[in-house]
Design a protein around this ligand. Sequence first.
Ligand code: PEP
Ligand code: MG
Length: 571
Amino acid sequence: MSTLDGTIASRGYAYGQAFLFREEPLNLKKTFIRAEHFTEECDRFPQALAAVRDQIREIETQAEGILDAETRALFESYQLILDDDELVEAIEAVMHKDGVTASWAVHQVMEQHADAISRLQSPYLRERAADIRDLKERIVKELLGAVSDILPDLTDRILVAEDLSPAQSVQLNLHTLQGLLTDRGGVTSHTSILARALNIPAIVGTRHATRMIRDRDWVLIDAISNKVWVNPEPELVQLYAKTRAAQKKEQEKLAALVHQKSCTLDGQSVILAANIGLPSEAHQARAAGAEGVGLFRTEFLFMNRSNLPDEEEQYATYKSVLEQMSPHPVIVRTMDIGGDKDLPHLNLAQESNPFLGLRGIRISLRRPDLFQTQLRALLRASAHGSLKIMFPMISSIDEIIEIHRVLDKVRQDLDITKKVDIGIMIETPASVMLAPHLIRFVDFFSIGTNDLTQYTLAVDRGHTEIHDLYQPLSPAVLLMMHQAIQAARQAGKWAGVCGELAGDPLAALLLIGLGATELSMSAGAIGRVKQALVQMQGPDLKERAERALHCATAAEVKALLEAWDAELHLS
Ligand code: PEP
Ligand code: MG
């Protein structure tokens, strides 16, 4: 028995026999062409391009209903590559200069292009190198007259591949798979997006799967704790079979709730929204029944790269999320860099207390270039859906006044009059104490329990040694939240919660009892929270939350929730 790990692309457990997917290498050699055949060879190249164009068009049609809109859009980029005059001219130039076959020239030029892209900083762009290689192989196969692959039967198998191109993922019948493992790829690769969309447990970027696993080996994937066993012991398989069965039953129960309204038995409705960090996660959010995105963390746009995203790139990203979620609202949080999220190319000084230093809105207000670019992109994107903008790490009135000044300027520059709701995150004790004042300047509050806990209790949220002191259910934190929610309600506005606490079913009920009307969590948590919510009466939640506010310790609050759980069988 051997083990592997990688990056979890789609959560779940799977057990089955491996199907090792390897495309035969094309075995291309540099081949010269005789002068008398040269014109004929030159004519074959555009014909091959046209044939591949048709192939892609056909795959694009098949992809309807299989791939999400974002992945399907990749096929448009395939067509753009095929229509790229510069690329075509470069291939023809190599043929003329070296007197080589069209297939060799295609291989040379497109491989160079893919190689250059695979060295870029942005993981998203790096992954596009695979698209160019896929196209290259298709054109070369056309030119060589190679027979296209016979499609294998993947029913109940674990597909093990180096990576899959979007076209391969459509052609292979992935619906019937048990699980998926790849050597390459990260969470943003289309293979990962697809695995999530089809709900196939998948671990990507394992580096060695295709070398360690042989065809028909038995493979156990635990894409919850990121482990893969090859030919596991029967005891382990049995143990997982039980866990899987329980998980499946639970999923079936939750799936039945996806389209059910999220409200209490007496009709008090609560918006259950999703937290996302990548545009592709909007698809999962919808599939889980999210009634909006309550927190779109935009930091990912700025990370793992050596340059800053320009206005156009940001605009395209925000527009894509807004369109995917429409008509539901999307709350985009402006970048929350700093603290534990460093950005090397901003050259921020090393700080002895990064969580108390230059972080979130403090960076935005000191870097008007960054802030205005993000706001411009957001306001322009607001035409494509229901956008709300939220600002992180607020601790004073001055900050919100300055935010409004910058926003007004950007609005005027762009001549945009559409109303966009503005909110702030409640993450610092100062923002709680100032809540009655702050609410006058905004449309809503969203409580970030991750930071509010850290700042209220003065416990670093990532500290392992004092982790036991990090207690989001401490009455100190509950009282803070209650105070902020009350301030919003008294002003006739709303308050939601988007920290991790909102995704815990029992804690979620407590937050609703405290007056929160929107809870935002990872898409995977929505089902369980809804399941708990629909069994409850609104006044009961309020009464129980009031009891929790009178507790003196986090342990007492937890005991209250556990008793509640035992009484109502909620979790
Ligand atoms: C929070 O602080 O609760 C929050 C949602 O923001 P982040 O986790 O991104 O700091
Ligand atoms: Mg935070």
